[in-house]
Write a protein that binds this ligand. Structure first.
Ligand code: SF4
Length: 414
């Protein structure tokens, strides 16, 4: 896969999009393009990384200083750019992170777009659980959120052809050299959260997600049991009361949702529908479609609103996959019209829709696809934000401080 030579001739540039959409924050437009195209770091930019200060990931096995890459960037207005998922080799040139006049900056075609900083490392990152596990492997930190991913694998991949086509979780897990367990130890999670919460003023919510676990007496019962066990342990830090938290799980049935709500302190629930069209859902997410189905997924979200309350239930999209070839929408206008109509239908039932920027992942079925234009992403984010305003839906659980990964929720901060 190589860069498509004339891609810049076919779509508006960052500065053209900024001029055409003056009501959209330029920070959000820049963030969106960085997430869409990925980043490369110059040697000077990597020399500014200090693993004692910054939150980093390591490109090699040996965790050496010169091998450390920032997990994410932050812009001057507090907008985050999660770059950890960046592709190495895309169809468009990545944005460059460079150092000019001693400032760390984003650069495209030789022009400085914006100044950035690297995320700071939380206090617990260098500590170990009593079983000897490094705490950074147990929980990650978003700006003001503790992120736990208890199940590092997804059982949809156990049926051939059932994995979501943009998803690389199975390829990532299978290529891991660290011999990772599929499911994290609950004691390790509880200890890590307790330690993380000691850092004054850093966190305002706790987040859980992971691959689907289909097993159980009822489909997904084991996934529900795992989250309940973890939430109960974490809840001890809050005297067993409800605490600011979010779970992105599979679409659970009503009994499962009630069980989670009644037995834990969870405050908000998300089940990602990924793509807002029934036929495309069947093509892009064949496992979800076969085991639960598009209409039933939506019905379960509506039930979740009855249980968790309006403003506490969201669904996530991988924005751009609805344009994948050959079955996706042929035009950006048609796609926006149909997807935003579906998002409005969800909003009428109290469900807020948030989008992630599709970053074409190596190891996914869609590895050779090309994401849509920057303008499309901005129109999509704007549309989701406007729907949220029209229906007065709160999206604080996914806001720029807690999550930082959605251009549309960045727009909802103002
Ligand atoms: S449900 Fe789909 S997107 Fe989520 S981990 Fe499984 S395959 Fe990946």
């Amino acid at each position: 896969m190589g860069v498509v030579k004339d891609w810049r001739d076919k779509e508006l540039s960052i500065s053209e999009v900024i001029r055409k959409y003056p009501h959209i924050s330029p920070f959000v437009i820049i963030k969106t393009d960085v997430q869409r195209r990925g980043v490369n770091y110059t040697e000077k930019a990597l020399a500014k990384v200090d693993p004692d200060i910054h939150q980093v990931e390591y490109r090699g096995m040996f965790r050496e200083k010169g091998d450390a890459t920032p997990v994410s960037l932050i812009l001057r207005d507090g907008t985050s750019i999660l770059t950890a998922f960046s592709v190495e080799e895309g169809k468009r040139e990545p944005i460059l992170v460079d150092v000019i006049d001693d400032r760390i900056v984003l650069v495209d075609q030789g022009e400085i777009l914006e100044e950035v900083e690297y995320w700071e490392k939380p206090d617990y990152y260098d500590k170990f659980t009593s079983s000897g596990k490094p705490m950074w492997q147990i929980a990650a930190a978003r700006p003001q959120r503790i992120d736990i991913n208890p199940n590092q694998y997804c059982q949809f991949w156990e049926t051939p052809g059932h994995g979501c086509k943009y998803c690389s979780i199975a390829a990532t897990y299978n290529s891991s050299k660290e011999n990772k367990p599929k499911i994290l130890n609950v004691d390790d999670i509880a200890e890590t959260v307790e330690e993380a919460l000691k850092e004054p003023g850093r966190y305002e919510s706790i987040f859980l997600t992971g691959g689907s676990i289909l097993n159980g007496k009822e489909l997904l019962d084991e996934e529900v049991d795992l989250y309940i066990e973890i939430l109960k342990r974490i809840g001890k830090n809050f005297g067993g009361k409800r605490f600011p938290s979010q779970l992105i799980g599979t679409a659970f049935n009503e009994e499962q949702l009630r069980r989670i709500y009644d037995t834990t302190g969870l405050t908000s629930y998300t089940a990602d529908i990924e793509v807002l069209d029934k036929d495309l859902f069947e093509w892009v997410c064949p496992g979800k479609s076969a085991r639960i189905g598009y209409d039933e997924w939506k019905r379960r979200l509506y039930k979740a609103v009855e249980i968790f309350g309006v403003g506490n239930v969201t669904t996530g999209l991988v924005v751009g996959v609805e344009m994948a070839t050959p079955k996706g929408f042929q035009s950006e206008d048609e796609s926006l019209e149909k997807c935003l109509a579906e998002a409005e239908e969800l909003a009428k039932h109290g469900v807020s829709t948030v989008g992630c920027v599709w970053n074409v992942a190596p190891g996914s079925v869609f590895f050779n696809q090309m994401s849509p234009s920057l303008e499309y992403y901005i129109r999509f984010a704007d549309g989701l934000d406007q729907i949220r305003r029209k229906y007065n839906l709160n999206v604080d659980m996914d806001n720029y401080r807690r999550c930082g990964n959605h251009p549309d929720t960045d727009l909802s901060r103002i």
